[in-house]
Write a protein that binds this ligand. Structure first.
Ligand code: ADP
Ligand code: MG
Length: 730
């Protein structure tokens, strides 16, 4: 009897007694563990508070003497809450957040024990960073990367069990000033967008002084019992199941979608939501997803940089809280083959400090022109830089999802809905070359009259597009569920910053030539519609026809990460990111290298675990059952029954033996292929080899034979928890 699997099934009833957290009113606990400006006001001197405020709102530097005052106030607040340690919290390129805890406790030279936390400790730290990926930017022996406080993100207290740690959001840079994290480039991209967008806003409203990009992510995930998780080495090591036959019942009944949430999962949700609220994560939505055991949560949108932090924190909280409930959260893009994967839709827009959402159609012709400007510029940006967007979401995990018939394809296109398609068509037709004052009627776009129609048209009509307009925001749907949103957001905000900059140059040129402002804007908008319309697609993105159509249109369809990443280091990319102050050439090259290395490691781990499990988990029960059948046949023969009484057994035996043979042979070949790939020194070539020589020829075929065995072998001997158990039992 395969003990771990059946023990897990036995334990389900006791595991299920998940304790529901106290039902606190959300407003009573929201931000409880955050050093908000309101809290800062209470704990800081006037001078320190003002300095902090200037830094948060205006990006002004905080000088050392004030930093000492701030750190003193912070420590006072933290100690009142029972905090003993602090850490610089940062987002290295590994994808998860990193921390290095130091205690407030220290010894004076005479040995007196005191608690201390000074301004220097707040502002800068040197984590021993030699083992974080640096893509060659920082030789490993030169371990002096440092973390620097980023006051634009609020400081918070992380509670783990009874331990409480003061977390200071920081950026992570090398000794020579190159960024080693996701956060610093994101902040630079947001500031580039701010500048370009404010300049363009001034055509419409001189009062705008700041444009903030906004992000509302939707996080999809699976929840399974901890016992099953522990009995699956593939889940433990790679986050996805490399073996497992589809269950008889999958998601075809769609009875899970928006169905009632199972009680045990509900307890877990309530619990992680409560922790999230304390950290100021404004979660608002929770529901079942399409696949069994799959769920989604989403917050109210926030400024991009805060939204990014909050998503990263949430993924960490979910993982920890799930363990408390003897559950495990699976954030991988494709934990189960043949069943929907996880995505992380990034809802994105921009808003001005005058309170206008730049992607919401306005109430007057003038604000509608402003909407149209930002709307069309976004389409143009996605059209011109679709390769860079594609690269920003590339990962080994996402390769299983993009284009897998239930997720947006790897082809980047934009969905805008029928109504706006017509509006763009009208603009294109009517703003001809001879556009003049008489045609100003076109400027009086009556968008506002059609807002209900427009919202209806765009809210949820097309789930197959990787980049869809949803009424007052775009939804970038191709982002991987396990990814840090920062990468996608850095790319998106940079390409828009660049496009808006060019837009302004072109409009200004026409104005200089004597064109009226609105007409100049309309002309450039028309040009942009014409030059980017091939990226617009309203049809079914999952369909085979779209793949052909996209090819005909010349839209790239890069299916694998190693090749998608090429777009990061083209001359075009270097120019784009450098001119907008987001990445230097060497930073881009380093990142390219790091992403390739991450890909290689992922595929390598999967290949190893696959080989190991085939030998240690799939074959042994198959041999056992093979023996049982042999004994059975011999026995029937011995007692003198004729051959027809054991033909069935013989057939099964033959099949089992064939699959066993194939698996042994393929695993051996895969090991050889891995060895060859490992010997390649160029990272890109190696990554390509890992895809084309290791993953593609072997993963699916080995799996095919293993999954067949799962159906043939005696269930009571099968070691690995089956899909039906992981997905349907709780
Ligand atoms: P749907 O479920 O149809 O996708 P929702 O209204 O539930 O639409 O929004 C999904 C996410 O989009 C939420 O996180 C929401 O806060 C976010 N969102 C709404 N407006 C904006 C905006 N202007 N900018 C960024 N995100 C937004
Ligand atoms: Mg949505």
């Amino acid at each position: 009897m395969s003990s771990l699997r059946f023990k897990s099934i036995d334990n389900l009833s006791t595991n299920a007694e998940g304790k529901v957290a106290g039902s606190s009113k959300i407003t009573a606990i929201f931000n409880e563990n955050v050093f908000t400006l309101k809290t800062a006001r209470a704990f800081l001197s006037d001078e320190a508070y003002k300095s902090l405020l200037n830094s948060v709102k205006g990006g002004k530097k905080i000088d050392r003497s004030v930093a000492n005052q701030i750190s003193a106030g912070l420590r006072q607040w933290a100690e009142l809450k029972g905090v003993t340690h602090f850490t610089h919290w940062f987002q290295p390129l590994t994808g998860t957040a990193a921390e290095k805890h130091d205690s407030f406790f220290t010894l004076k030279s005479d040995g007196t024990a005191i608690e201390e936390f000074d301004g220097a400790a707040l502002i800068q730290q040197e984590p021993d960073a030699s083992s974080f990926p640096s893509g060659g930017l920082r030789a490993t022996f030169e371990a002096r990367g440092y973390t620097a406080w980023d006051p634009s993100s609020p400081i918070f207290i992380m509670e783990i069990g009874t331990g409480k740690t003061l977390c200071i959001p920081t950026i992570f840079v090398s000794y020579t000033g190159e960024s080693l994290d996701y956060k610093a480039p994101l902040l630079r991209a947001l500031s580039a967008l701010d500048k370009s967008a404010v300049d363009v806003c001034h055509y419409f409203d001189k009062n705008v002084t700041k444009v903030t990009a906004t992000l509302g992510w939707e996080q999809e995930y699976f929840v399974i019992d901890e016992g099953f998780f522990n009995a699956r080495p593939d889940l433990v090591m790679s986050g996805r199941t490399v073996f497992g036959h589809e269950p008889a019942k999958g998601q075809q009944l769609e009875d899970h979608y928006f169905g009632s949430i199972p009680e045990r999962t509900y307890a877990f949700m309530r619990d992680f939501e409560e922790e999230s609220y304390k950290l100021g994560i404004p979660l608002r939505t929770r529901h079942n997803e399409v696949a069994p055991a799959q769920f989604e949560c989403a917050p109210i949108f926030e400024e991009v940089s805060v939204g990014v932090d909050h998503n990263l924190l949430l993924m960490d909280i979910m993982d920890r809280v799930a363990r408390r409930h003897k559950l495990r959260v699976l954030l991988h893009e494709k934990p189960f083959a043949g069943i929907n994967g996880n995505g992380k839709h990034n809802n994105w827009s921009m808003s001005t400090d005058t309170g206008v959402n730049l992607l919401a159609p306005g109430k007057t012709p003038k604000t509608n022109l402003m909407f149209l400007t930002f709307f069309v510029n976004t389409i143009k940006a996605v059209h011109d830089y679709s390769d860079i967007l594609r690269a920003s979401i590339a990962s080994a995990g996402n390769d299983f999802r993009l284009g897998a018939n239930e997720a947006p394809p790897a082809i980047i296109s934009v969905f805008i809905g029928q109504y706006l398609t017509k509006v763009l068509g009208d603009v294109k037709e009517r703003v001809g070359d001879k556009f003049d004052e008489q045609d100003e009627a076109i400027l009086k776009l009556d968008l506002h009259k059609s807002i209900p129609e427009l919202l209806l048209d765009n809210t949820d009509r097309n789930r197959t597009s990787p980049f869809a307009f949803t009424g007052n925001k775009f939804e970038f749907r191709a982002v991987g569920s396990a990814a840090n949103c920062a990468n996608a957001m850095t790319a998106l905000n940079t390409i828009l910053a660049e496009t808006l900059k060019k837009f302004k140059e072109e409009v200004d040129q026409l104005i200089e030539k004597g064109e009226k402002k609105e007409i100049a804007i309309m002309h450039v908008i028309r040009e942009y519609i014409v030059s980017s319309e091939k990226v617009l697609f309203e049809g079914d993105g999952y369909s085979e026809e779209w793949h052909h159509e996209a090819e005909r249109r010349g839209l790239p369809n890069v299916r694998t990460t190693p090749l998608a990443l090429d777009a990061m280091i083209t001359e075009k990319a270097k120019k784009l990111f450098e001119e907008n102050g987001v990445y230097s050439h060497s930073e881009l090259e380093a990142r390219h290298e790091i992403e390739l290395e991450k890909y290689i490691k992922r595929v390598q781990i999967e290949a190893r675990i696959m080989g190991e499990m085939a030998t240690s988990h799939i074959l042994p029960p198959s041999f056992k059952y093979q023996n049982t059948l042999i004994q059975n046949i011999i026995g029937l023969k011995e007692v003198g029954l004729k051959e027809s009484s054991y033909t069935n057994q013989k057939q099964i035996l033959e099949k089992i033996s064939e699959h066993i043979g194939k698996i042994s042979e393929l695993v051996e070949k895969m090991i050889q292929a891995r060895k060859i790939a490992n010997a390649i020194s160029d990272t890109r070539t190696k990554a390509i080899a890992y895809n084309s020589q290791v993953k593609e020829p072997f993963f699916d075929t080995i799996r095919y034979h293993a999954d067949k065995l799962e159906l043939l072998v005696d269930d009571s001997e099968w070691v690995l928890p089956k899909y039906r158990e992981m997905l349907f039992l709780r």
